[in-house]
Ligand binder design. Structure first.
Ligand code: ATP
Length: 248
């Protein structure tokens, strides 16, 4: 579904990505790990076209993304979340989710919110179902800033899903969550894949979460891919162990 083909990018003297190649199959959950500065967020930023690689290609269902704008990429069905929550904190949970229904922006702009430009394809019943599936029905009319971090993360996921993505890029969704919230998040991501058929690329430092829910794990270090395989294979890979011990 998504193919990274020898992707390389430099910032001044820093080689942030150095010939990265791997594929994500449809319906797969792929966990991308690596110590701080390994290049994970940079790779995300290349997919969502905030950055343009210096070399290589990124293809979605065979089509190169490099000639496309960020806005066109959202229309293809690729949606991302951010390391720091990017919700409209003074708006209700429901209105935040409605922001995500706009097909043109993938929910990026406030002007598309609250039904102003809503497509008729997104009925209230669909939003209600989504809120229900994300465990948000009881807080649908609450202001986001009043809610615990774990709930806000679910709002962010619901907003991303409201755009009906085919590929979801999750940037450190477990950050700031308690142990039990991380377990719930893992179950939720799995359910999103199983029930909605959404393919997931997950960048995450929380190894327990990555190893529990990923079908495949790719490890980066200093911009290079150092391992790829099942969670057990990557966890026991000597180069991965060395990369993490060396960075601690
Ligand atoms: P973390 O886990 O800490 O978020 P990461 O694996 O996501 O790290 P990146 O943020 O992708 O790592 O950074 C990879 C390298 O590229 C780092 O050395 C970083 O400083 C550098 N880098 C990323 N974006 C830029 C930029 N816009 N300008 C200069 N250097 C950058």
């Amino acid at each position: 579904m998504l193919t990274f083909d020898s992707v390389a990018i430099r910032f001044g003297g820093i080689v942030a990505l150095d010939g990265i190649s791997f594929d994500i199959a449809p319906g797969e959950i792929l966990g991308l790990i690596g110590p701080n500065g390994a290049g994970k967020t940079t790779l995300f930023n290349c997919v969502s076209r905030l950055y343009t690689p210096d070399e290589g290609d990124i293809r979605f269902q065979g089509e190169s993304l490099l000639a496309l704008s960020a806005h066109r990429i959202a229309r293809l069905g690729i949606t991302r979340t951010f390391q720091n929550l990017a919700l409209f904190r003074t708006m209700s949970v429901r209105d935040n989710v409605l922001v995500g229904t706009h097909p043109r922006t993938g929910g990026n702009f406030l002007s598309d919110a609250i039904g102003l430009n809503r497509t008729p394809a997104h009925g209230d019943a669909e939003i209600d179902d989504l809120l229900h599936d994300m465990g948000l029905t009881d807080v649908a009319d609450r202001v986001v800033s009043d809610l615990p971090t774990g709930t806000q993360k679910r709002v962010e996921l619901a907003r991303a899903l409201a755009g009906r993505p085919r590929l979801l890029l999750l940037d450190e969704p477990a950050g700031g969550l308690t142990h039990s919230e991380v377990d719930e998040l893992g179950e939720l991501i799995r359910r999103i894949r199983d029930q909605r058929g959404v393919t997931v690329l997950l960048v995450e430092h929380h190894m327990g979460l990555v190893m529990a829910i990923s079908d495949t794990v790719v490890a980066l270090d200093f911009g290079r891919k150092i391992a790829e395989g099942s969670p057990a294979e990557v966890q026991n890979d000597p180069e991965v162990i060395r990369a993490y011990l060396g960075s601690s």
